[in-house]
Design a protein around this ligand. Structure first.
Ligand code: EPU
Length: 338
């Protein structure tokens, strides 16, 4: 089924809770519906700007969207193959990521349990290469299926072709590619768990043989304690990316700010905890007008209820400015600004 709307209100479609409209809104439940729509409307699609949203949990609208917004509800999940060690699943891009993680853990398929409770959809997990607690979506993605909205052609991208990086993939550059399915290879050996992340390791220090359900429960608990629920308070998780800087710059910063928090990234660069930088500038818990920095995690900017996208963007710029003034580091938004 495919639904078409003009001047469609996006309040329920973005987790920041911004009240804007899309000029055209196209929503579909199967890949074939999308293909049929494109075959009849390719001219309209090529004449307009295009935007694809998943859960709308990583986007900040600063104005009405004056183009066509595509929203996938493809929710088919099928087993492609399996053996004693692993299973290959083809998962609809419109499925809620959290539902897929829950399904995997219930069935004892290991690999994505550390990504529990991340908002958004399966399609977005590949666009954004979502990551948390030592795991990234790319670790389990084998193939991405998509439709090029400009020529109505289907393409397959192998893991390598997706050019995954920290919160990045080829789909962030090629905005005309709509992900219809993602194929994940998950492990059947549930003894293989990932406790690389410091905070997680600490929690399991005295736990013998944790299973993936234990990991999932713990992560849900950590996230619920640390991050605001967007159904209650408008937000989009981390507003900024953790900046990656060369070792030389880091060593100089470390001399000046011995407490600075950083993690190894590559052989000549490190990833700084942006939350620490923002907190060190005095922003944690600070509210200006309708916008604030969450009191338990400085990377999260929230909407007190009535903020416009522009107010949130201006607020984020104040944070960027003060982090630059103190550390000469330029923070980059993790959320997509439209
Ligand atoms: N920190 C502070 N103050 C803060 C926040 C963090 O000092 O207000 C320091 C602390 O030392 C803390 C460290 O930063 O130990 C790391 O904090 P946290 O474990 O919360 O992780 P993060 O680096 O701030 C990233 C992701 C999160 C993900 C967590 C857990 C990014 C941009 N964010 O945050 O992802 O949940 O790691 O793995 O990489 C998201 O993308 O929306 C998101 C929430």
């Amino acid at each position: 089924m495919l639904k078409l709307f003009n001047n469609f209100n996006l309040l329920q479609y973005n987790s920041f809770g911004i009240d804007v409209n899309a000029k055209y809104f196209v929503e579909f439940t199967t890949e074939q519906d999308l293909i049929d729509y494109l075959s009849k409307n390719l001219n309209l699609v090529n004449e307009n700007s295009l935007l694809i949203i998943g859960g709308g949990t990583n986007i900040l609208f600063t104005k009405n969207y004056n183009g066509i917004l595509f929203h996938s509800l493809i929710d088919k999940l099928e087993v492609i193959s399996e053996d004693d060690n692993s299973i290959l699943l083809k998962v609809g891009g419109g499925i809620l990521w959290e539902h897929f993680v829950e399904y995997a853990v219930i069935n004892n398929y290991q690999g994505i349990e550390n990504l529990s409770l991340i908002p958004g959809n399966v399609g977005s997990s590949a666009v954004q290469n979502i990551g948390a607690y030592g795991v990234e979506a790319k670790d389990c993605i084998e193939l991405v299926e998509c439709i090029d909205l400009n020529n109505n052609t289907k393409y397959f991208f192998s893991n390598e072709e997706c050019k995954f990086d920290y919160r990045h993939s080829i789909f962030k550059e090629k905005k005309n590619l709509l992900i219809t399915f993602v194929r994940f290879r998950l492990n059947k050996n549930t003894r293989k768990i990932n406790l690389d992340y410091g905070e997680l390791k600490k929690q399991f220090a005295n736990h013998l043989n944790p299973c993936i359900k234990d990991i999932r429960d713990t992560i849900i608990n950590i996230r619920e304690n640390k991050l605001p629920n967007y159904k209650k308070v408008g937000n989009a998780g981390s507003f900024f990316k953790n900046p990656i800087i060369y070792d030389e710059k880091y060593n100089a910063l470390k001399l000046k700010f011995p407490e600075i928090v950083a993690y190894p990234f590559s052989n000549d660069s490190i990833k700084l905890a942006a939350g620490w930088l923002i907190e060190a500038c005095g922003w944690k818990g600070k509210v200006i007008g309708n916008v604030g920095v969450y009191e338990k995690q400085a990377l999260v900017i929230f909407n007190k209820g009535q903020a416009t996208g522009k107010e949130i963007l201006d607020f984020s710029q104040l944070i960027i400015n003060s982090v630059f003034d103190k550390f000469q580091i330029i923070l980059e938004p993790e959320v997509i600004i439209e």
